[in-house]
Ligand binder design. Structure first.
Ligand SMILES: [Zn+2]
Length: 388
């Protein structure tokens, strides 16, 4: 920092302190549904940073240890609308016994566990950014943290979140693999489809003439089904086939399950209908039948390029001298669920790589930049709303 430059909150982010905090948080073993260690840590630390805490009861819906945490910190200027930062407290697999290895500026595990950068890196960055905001003395609006549980199995904590406990309407979620500067404006609609194909069970040697193989019916349906990349904004997949009892039995039923994602609700519905129709045709013309169940996973979101969240993110990235870039994703995130419940938010990249694997890593540069960008966002949000 040049001596004549005005000090900003991002410059108060302490790189060593943030790295140490990330490693401390990553070692807290808290896989999905078992987030107590992280929740206990936050119960201790967040009040010291001026937050009041509330937990909801979401975990009672899925037998988890603890609910979602909503934490609130007053701003220096109550006129500025509150800004939230969200992430999930769980990791996809345990991180017990994590031994971090730092090589050439990149943090890894020793290859026997995940690192948990998804998404402890975001949590560490938020805490350090708030310390930086406090230490810098910059004016700011109220800050809310929405920290979900049980995200990895399918955004479950966010789905059961008690939204009456949240006070802010706009925010950011750092939870994507792009380098810091990535701004994700658009996420997909997603639904699951379950197709129960019914034929007729029979023994190959005793009453084969009564048999109608559900597996063969399903196979014909699947061979007529458009799957994979349907167009530039729609994906379809069959991920589960379950059925059959014995090698000597002609199978009477088989379950086929898949998923469709699309930026367009119309295209999502059209693809689901296509999957249902080709399966019904295949079964129907061969004397079988199909029962279809469609289950919404989440709705899409689409934040306008001129939204104040985007403007603020662009400006904050400029402040910390990273290049902002706008993207979209066909991946699902809490962002989908929060937007569905009226909280306007977008996903930001923090540069973790190979997540959900033992090769997971994050560069120290991206980790520190996540802290710096969070601090800059809080400061810029205030600048864009003061005197408004
Ligand atoms: Zn994540």
């Amino acid at each position: 920092m040049k001596t004549n430059q005005v000090s900003n909150a991002a410059d108060h982010v302490n790189a060593e302190r943030l790295q140490a905090l990330f490693l401390e948080l990553a070692k807290l073993n808290a896989p999905s549904g078992k987030e107590s260690l992280v929740a206990d840590y936050l119960k201790k630390v967040l009040p010291e940073l001026g937050f009041t805490l509330e937990f909801d009861e979401a975990h009672k819906n899925f037998n988890g240890e603890v609910g979602n945490l909503i934490a609130w910190r007053e701003g220096t200027d109550p006129q500025v609308p509150p800004l939230f930062f969200s992430t999930h407290m769980d990791t996809v697999l345990p991180t017990e016994g994590l031994k971090p290895v730092i090589k050439d500026g990149v943090i890894y595990s020793d290859g026997t566990t995940i690192l948990g950068a998804d998404d402890r890196a975001a949590l560490a960055a938020y805490l350090e950014a708030i310390r930086a905001i406090i230490e810098s003395g910059v004016p700011h609006g109220p800050i809310e943290l929405i920290l979900t549980v049980n995200e990895q199995p399918g955004l479950v904590g966010a789905t059961y979140l008690d939204y009456s406990k949240t006070k802010s309407k706009t925010g950011y979620i750092f939870d994507s693999s792009g380098d810091v500067g990535q701004i994700i404006l658009k996420g997909p609609y997603s639904s699951r489809i379950w197709m129960e194909v019914q034929g007729n069970a029979a023994h190959i040697a005793l009453n084969a003439e009564e048999g109608n193989s559900a597996i063969l019916l399903a196979a014909e349906g699947l061979s007529n089904m458009r799957l994979g990349g349907i167009d530039e904004e729609t994906l379809a997949n069959i991920g589960i086939i379950k059925g059959g009892e014995l090698t000597s039995i002609i199978p009477g039923s088989v379950t086929i399950a898949g998923e469709v994602r699309s930026f367009s609700k119309e295209k999502l519905d059209a693809q689901l209908k296509h999957m249902e129709e080709v399966m019904e045709q295949a079964a129907g013309k061969n004397g079988g039948k199909v029962e279809v169940r469609v289950e919404k996973k989440y709705l899409g979101f689409d934040i306008a390029k001129d939204d104040i969240l985007v403007k603020t993110a662009n400006e904050a990235a400029d402040t910390i001298k990273v290049k902002p870039y706008l993207t979209e994703t066909l991946g699902g995130a809490d962002t989908n669920v929060l937007n569905e419940h009226g909280l306007t938010c977008l996903t930001l990249g923090l540069g973790f790589q190979n997540i959900h694997s033992f090769r997971e890593c994050i560069s120290v540069e991206n980790l520190i930049n996540t802290g710096r960008l969070t601090a800059a966002l809080i400061e810029q949000w205030y600048e864009n709303h003061k005197n408004a």
